[in-house]
Design a protein around this ligand. Structure first.
Ligand code: OAD
Length: 246
């Protein structure tokens, strides 16, 4: 049997034996839907890296520029639909007793595919929130201003995503911690595994005995803790894997 077939069978066996499954996803699972990843060639906008623009400092010094970048990203999602990888995770959720889908993606494609217990660690492009009060709204409903202002208190609105250097939303962290404590298998798909604290979720699940199954085009720092690494595009590998699970 070829190595990749043996690895696939082992991953199927691990999932067949598990009632409690967590999945951690990154930009790679949306790549086949046409959403650029962060660290690939697509992670640039007008010569500036997405990583440089997604910071509180960039918003303080150039709020209109940062909003322009986010309006571009929100607009770019308009025609984007979930791929077979997203859809297969909906099927996986239905066959598990407990299931957590922890995502670093802000594109909303897991929810659009029909996944239910989605934990958005880095927030969502679908929403904006006030920088001062508790107001929040859908980005579809934003006032047409270069820097939209809060209808309640007048301060600036900002995208409801997590920027570099900011803490993650507390409820999302609590749910992700529960997944790390309770899952028997953690599938880690399409993430470079270099951004904390998301990356450490996989390391901690592995350290407490969960089997980590990695799906990626290439090896990552997570490969070291993975029981199985399945190399290939998640839009192909995930449906093949889930299709073989009982
Ligand atoms: P990255 O862009 O860092 O990594 C994407 C990963 O997906 C890489 O490991 C690729 O090899 C892999 N990949 C690409 N296409 C794939 C495919 N079709 N199938 C499977 N794997 C594929 O994206 P993330 O790991 O999600 O944070 O980045 C993590 C966080 O850093 C993001 O959420 C964002 C970013 O800067 C914030 O914005 C706070």
């Amino acid at each position: 049997m070829r190595d990749d077939e043996r690895d696939l069978r082992l991953a199927v066996q691990l999932l067949n034996d598990a009632a409690r499954v967590a999945v951690l996803t990154g930009a790679g699972v949306s790549a086949e839907s046409g959403v650029p990843t962060f660290r690939g060639a697509g992670g640039f906008w007008r010569g500036r890296s997405a990583v440089e623009l997604a910071t509180p400092g960039a918003f303080r010094s150039d709020p209109a520029g940062v909003w322009e970048f986010y309006r571009f990203r929100i607009g770019a999602l308009a025609g984007v639909t979930p791929n077979e990888g997203h859809r297969s995770l909906v099927t996986l959720e239905r066959r598990c007793e407990r299931f957590w889908l922890i995502t670093q993606n802000v594109d909303g494609l897991h929810r659009a595919a029909g996944s239910e217990n989605v934990i958005e660690l880095h927030g969502s492009l679908a929403r904006a929130r006030c920088t001062s009060c508790s107001y929040d709204c859908r980005t579809d409903d934003l006032p047409d201003e270069a820097v939209p202002s809060c209808p309640r208190c007048g301060d600036r609105l900002r995208p409801a995503v997590v920027w570099f250097g900011e803490s993650l939303p507390e409820p999302a962290v609590r749910s992700a911690e529960e997944a790390v404590r309770e899952c028997q298998v953690m599938v880690v798909a399409g993430t470079s595994g270099v951004v904390e604290p998301a990356a450490s979720l996989a390391h901690r699940a592995g350290a407490r005995g969960a089997a980590v199954v990695e799906v990626n085009l290439e090896e990552t720092p997570i490969s070291r803790v993975a029981r199985v690494s399945l190399l290939g595009p998640s839009g192909v590998v995930l449906p093949r894997l889930v299709g073989l699970v009982d």
